[in-house]
Design a protein around this ligand. Structure first.
Ligand SMILES: *Cc1c(COP(=O)(O)O)cnc(C)c1O
Length: 394
């Protein structure tokens, strides 16, 4: 690619999302990487290291996105694209040795928790879940007096959907003290808001489906590490287990990445404004948004994030004969501009009562509604929420 390592290191992140992963500047060649649809590549004789060979080993359309994401997360190594966020979770969990202890937030993304629980039930690893915002509880889980120390610490911060904030620096250092590998799911923050490698994490995970691609039109995942051995192990896992990205999805993800800085800036600002207004609404029983000074994670989030993200969670108060969960369902059914749908991180604002999913932990309140703030005008977003709340109380 054309962007030198030196140049990549000197650019601000909002330039990097535009400039990274471009083809070489050759006369009359395209300024965007081409979409390469080929399952195999010419070759004779033994395959050398780095040869493309076959479409499950590599694809030229993955390279620009992987290079850009590596640079954005502050790694000298390119990232690794996967078929989905959960394919990336599966690859990252393969780093836990057989029977090893995995410490994971009790409010991790539900799919990550289901996967870890199933691996635990089959005896492939030992799962210990813990409140990730409770630093002392995590330290105890990493190195209990009467049990094996952790082999992997899984971090997600903020957590989906409880928005718990982990002290990444302190926990990563403690995990390294017991020899554990640290993986951080950075989906909610994006590399523009939080850089887990710089905070001590060994591997960063993204559901590229969300902010990085940003248009609710692809499902993809990614991992980034600056450790060459870990990267080689993850790449081997991707090749052998086959959770690879489609070239078209990779191409769309790079196209989406170009506007990441603008999208994140706009949706964060709107989320902060909506959170300020929602906290005073009579039908909002409680609210979580790390940007609110009253939020339990505020101080910690301020210290390790450059912003607070664009996800706001509210618990809806019972109203007009409806319990909280029914009121939450009614709210989600009453919006016009917001899209009632799962997922997050797209240009369009999405709203969902999380417990509609059976896999969601029952410790997530039944009346919890997750708002993924998009890039529409904030006054239109507010007006739509207000009319939906008003429809509820009628
Ligand atoms: C959506 C999500 C995932 C899973 O990603 P998919 O692309 O849906 O497989 C993992 N972690 C978090 C925090 C997510 O929001």
């Amino acid at each position: 690619m054309s962007l030198s390592e030196q140049m990549a290191a000197s650019l601000k992140a909002d330039s990097l999302v535009v400039a990274a992963g471009r083809p070489p500047r050759e006369h009359d060649q395209p300024v965007n990487p081409p979409l390469v649809l080929s399952s195999t590549f010419y070759g004779t004789g033994p395959l050398a290291d780095g040869d493309r060979g076959y479409g499950r080993y590599s694809n030229p359309t993955w390279d620009p996105f992987e290079e850009a994401l590596g640079q954005l997360e502050g790694s000298e190594l390119p990232g690794l694209l996967y078929a989905s966020g959960l394919a990336a979770v599966s690859s990252a969990l393969s780093l836990v040795p057989a029977g090893g202890v995995l410490v994971m937030p009790s409010h991790s993304y539900a799919g990550s928790l289901v996967m870890a629980t199933e691996l635990h039930e089959k005896g492939f690893l030992q799962l210990r879940t813990v409140d990730i915002a409770d630093t002392n509880a995590v330290l105890a889980a990493l190195a209990p007096a009467d049990d094996a120390p952790a082999a992997m610490l899984w971090l997600e911060s903020p957590t989906n959907p409880m928005l718990g904030i982990a002290d990444i620096t302190v926990l990563a250092a403690a995990a390294h003290d017991v020899g554990a590998t640290v993986v951080t799911d950075n989906t909610f923050s994006t590399p523009l808001v939080q850089q887990p490698l710089a905070l001590g994490s060994d591997v960063v995970l993204h559901s590229v489906t969300k902010y990085l691609a940003g248009h609710s039109d692809v499902v993809l995942g990614a991992l980034v590490t600056s450790n060459p051995e870990l990267r080689a192990a993850l790449l081997h896992h991707r090749i052998i287990h086959g959770g690879i990205a489609g070239p078209f999805e990779a191409w769309l993800a790079l196209r989406g990445l170009r506007t990441l800085a603008l999208r994140v800036e706009r949706s964060q600002a709107s989320a902060a404004e909506l959170a300020r207004r929602l906290q005073d609404h009579p039908l909002v029983e409680s609210i979580r948004y790390p940007g609110l000074p009253s939020d339990p994670g505020h101080t910690r989030a301020r210290a390790q994030m450059k912003g607070f993200g664009a996800i706001v969670c509210i618990q809806v108060a019972p109203v007009a004969g409806l319990d909280g969960a029914a009121a939450a369902d009614a709210l989600v059914s009453a919006v016009d501009l917001w899209l009632p749908a799962t997922s997050l991180g797209g240009v369009e604002s999405l709203i969902e009562r999380r417990r509609r999913h059976v896999a969601e932990p029952t410790s997530v309140p039944a009346n919890l509604v997750r708002l993924s703030v998009g890039i529409e005008n904030v006054e239109d977003l507010w007006a739509d929420l207000e009319q939906a709340f008003t429809a509820l109380s009628r």
